[in-house]
Design a binder for this molecule. Structure first.
Ligand SMILES: [Zn+2]
Ligand SMILES: [Zn+2]
Length: 175
């Protein structure tokens, strides 16, 4: 497939790279239909060069259609349209259970003291191939809670915040 790859400081180009394949039963392969260029990519373009290798695939804001799923994937099926979040999180650890997916304890790169792994964002965040590509490998077991949150029509509505008056002590509520 074709993908945008980093080649050196301030040097990126579209090249041929291997097609992503299912590596774990919890993986999915997504055919990417659109993808954004982010201001964060500018850090990769020059400043973070020491942490990126020539040929690394950039990009972390893709959306697309599920092409293939592993045997353990239950919440996504082939043909589903998905938005892939930047953060790769397990959805089950202590941090994820508290909504702190960017600090996921399962995917974080402890060697660099960084938070959760990120798509297309250097060795500091796992050196995971990014989404400025024709196809990408995602990990729905890790990401499906987030994916559901951003998937438009299927997103659960957040709990309404209590009105301010509901927070007052009862004795003052009718003052
Ligand atoms: Zn971004
Ligand atoms: Zn986690």
């Amino acid at each position: 497939m074709r993908a945008l790859t980093w080649q050196g400081r301030e040097d990126v180009t579209v090249t041929d790279v291997p097609d992503p394949v299912l590596r774990e039963a919890s993986d999915a392969v997504v055919r990417i239909t659109s993808t954004a260029i982010c201001g964060s990519d500018l850090h990769l373009f020059s400043i973070l060069g020491p942490f990126i290798d020539p040929g690394d695939v950039l990009g972390h804001e893709p959306m697309g259609v599920v092409e293939e799923v592993g045997s353990e994937v239950t919440r996504l099926k082939v043909g589903d349209r998905v938005v892939v979040p930047f953060v790769i999180a397990c959805g089950a650890c202590w941090m994820c259970a508290r909504g702190l997916h960017t600090q996921c304890e399962t995917t974080q790169v402890r060697e660099h003291g960084s938070g959760a792994a990120l798509f297309g964002y250097t060795k500091l965040y796992g050196q995971v191939p990014g989404g400025q590509a024709e196809y990408g490998r995602a990990t729905p077991r890790r990401g499906q809670r987030q994916a559901r949150r951003v998937a438009g029509a299927r997103a659960p509505r957040p709990e309404p915040r209590p009105a301010r008056r509901d927070l007052r002590p009862a004795r003052r509520a009718h003052a």
